[in-house]
Write a protein that binds this ligand. Sequence first.
Ligand code: NAP
Length: 492
Amino acid sequence: MSHSPRYYKTADGKKLVTLIPGDGTGPEIIDAVRQIVEASGAAVAWEERLAGAKVFQMGHPSGVLPETVESVKKTRVVLKGPLETPVGFGEKSANVTLRKLFETFANVRPVRELPGVRTPYTGRGIDLVVVRENIEDLYAAIEFMDTPGVAEALKLVTRKGCEKVTRLAFELARAEGRKSVACATKSNILKLTEGMLKRTFEEVAKEYPDIESWHIIVDNCAHQLVRRPEQFDVIVTTNMNGDILSDLTSALVGGLGFAPSANLGNDFAIFEAVHGSAPKYAGKNVINPSAVLLSATMMLRYIDEFDAATLIENALAKTLEDGIATRDVLGDEKGVKTTEFTKAIISNLGAHPSSWKPRSYKRIEIPPVDPRPDYVRATEVRIAGVDIFIESFKTPQEIGEKLQELAEGTGFELWMISSRGTQVYPPTGANLDMVDLWQCRFTAAGSDKQSLSDESISALIRAVSSEFEWVKIQKLLSIDGELGYTKAQGED
Ligand code: NAP
């Protein structure tokens, strides 16, 4: 479980960072940020590499050049501009390629009120961080067409993924002197997947008694974030929830121009703005570089350049406090050019704003995780049944009667049929609009619950497929006596 050092040092003692300028406004922003970081005196050296639109056009379907991958493997730290996925050149996003290639399992998105950036929340002291799981959930993007009219996406959540992201959230709270971590899930509906994050969070929280911890249903979290955002400190959540909540939180403090992020893993870290390439502003020298600059300050702290990070944050806050900002803050008339804004920040290095103070940070520890794939072990795993999803235009009654007949002698009996998660056979009185995909649940015939096996499932599939088109098969497990599946609406 040993991990490589966090960063690579050059012969003259500088910390090497892979710098990806990116697409659209990316190169202008990265140029500004590079100048400011260099002027801060941070011990940083850059290795500039390509990813994004140009790379897709060169014929690399991942959007990332092999030499870029090599550079990241060496430096283990990336600062990047936004990347585009041009239509018609492969279907994977270069951003997703980078995040998955380097297992950056947590996406950290802090938002904090800044002086001079007026919003409806000005004066409320918003200062919070959303920690979003970054690899799993619906973003594994495993999708299927079950029938011509029914699409499906797999929501994969692992105990390991949950543990990694919750531990990181607590460690982040400690490193930043924060008092509480809230876990936002939809565990009331998705008891196994979203529930896995809630359960893991509650266990991990016991190891951090110095940090207050609480669970909140994600829809209420969205509501509370708009009504009383100052009550939150750190929020940890699943990938999809985090995507939505963190865009909401960035709007609370002035929008995408001020929303930084870090993708953190055990061995690699990628720092970037939340925003995209804003192509309509490319080459116009009007874009706000603050989000990438704040991402760079996160990077500087990650590579132990704490003083430079504080120097830059103070200079940015002082510049904004002095009323100097780009057009997204002050409008077309009063907003200054990107290059002018950059110069102002550089000239303010060493200055202190009167109305804003940087937090004090300690080095964040990223807890190592057991690399074994069988991370969770059970004492007894038993087949409790099988769901066979079939495509059929018949009525539930016709399907049910036929399946009962077909299951005879296989060791299974038909337990129920559901349509989109609601039982329709045996009938419960539900008045549903039917589609052509049916979840047919089979359990052990008679009282011998131990008798089910892969062979009996094969026999059942052969019997069912003699009359029906099957779409997919899902084993139902009992894990240490607990149901490893959820019941349909209306199912006993
Ligand atoms: P976007 O580039 O974030 O821009 C949307 C709007 O947000 C802009 O038109 C502008 O609003 C505002 N904005 C964004 N960044 C700003 C900044 N630094 N300063 C001031 N205003 C800023 O989103 P998009 O237009 O949906 O995406 C464009 C491309 O970026 C797409 O190819 C997308 O795939 C890619 N993208 C990449 C990343 C990434 O690399 N991580 C993330 C998101 C999107 P106004 O029009 O109101 O001025």
